[in-house]
Write a protein of this length. Structure first.
Length: 198
């Protein structure tokens, strides 16, 4: 039968080649895919909280890719690999490494110079990493988890709540999250910081 996915507002469709990277052939629906991805993500949470990471180690391409691999490697063959096609959002795939390097350098500068409060540094980072759109799938979940790791391990603060609901599902909370992202696109991070801490 193959993988038949319905997409909700803000989700990036997978190309047919990317769908072929599915490691569990019995998955055919969005619900089944979400369930298996969530099990994989829970393993990532276990890995994170068994380890303690320094900000210097976390602000690297290797760490960022490895986290995605741990989050989705049981489900997708291409987990942890940058996308090789262009999407409805994100930079041209040939610019991913360059834009990620700029973001990492910017974040290091913000930290070294206390340019923003810790919550804002991390929220700015998560927002930009989603805008770059590193991977074929899972960019939002990856960015939020990396935000939690950075704020907790890097700054010693409580992880974010991200609206305290599953924002993968269609509904009011997801709408508020997407609205906060749009405001951040315009350079106003207030709503996204509030949402992250709600």
């Amino acid at each position: 039968m193959g993988l038949d996915l319905e997409y909700i507002n803000g989700q990036t469709p997978l190309d047919e080649d990317e769908k072929e990277g599915l490691l569990i052939p019995t998955i055919t629906t969005r619900g089944e895919l979400d369930e298996f991805e969530q099990l994989n993500i829970e393993k990532a949470y276990e890995w994170i909280y068994k380890n303690k990471f320094k900000i210097e180690k976390m602000l690297t391409e290797d760490f960022i890719k490895n986290l995605h691999r741990i989050m989705f490697g049981d489900v997708w063959k291409w987990a942890g690999e940058f996308r090789t096609t262009d999407k409805n959002i994100g930079v041209d795939h040939s610019q991913i490494r360059i834009e990620l390097k700029k973001l990492i350098d910017d974040c290091k500068y913000w930290i070294e110079n206390s340019t923003f409060e810790p919550d804002e540094i991390v929220v700015r980072f998560t927002h930009r990493i989603v805008k770059i759109h590193l991977f074929p799938n899972g960019n939002g979940r990856h960015s939020r988890l990396i935000g939690d790791i950075y704020i907790n391990h890097g700054f010693g603060k409580k992880p974010f709540s991200w609206g305290n609901k599953d924002i993968q599902q269609k509904g009011e909370v997801r709408g508020k999250y997407l609205e906060a992202l749009r405001k951040a696109d315009e350079g106003n991070y207030t709503k996204l910081i509030e949402f992250a801490r709600k």
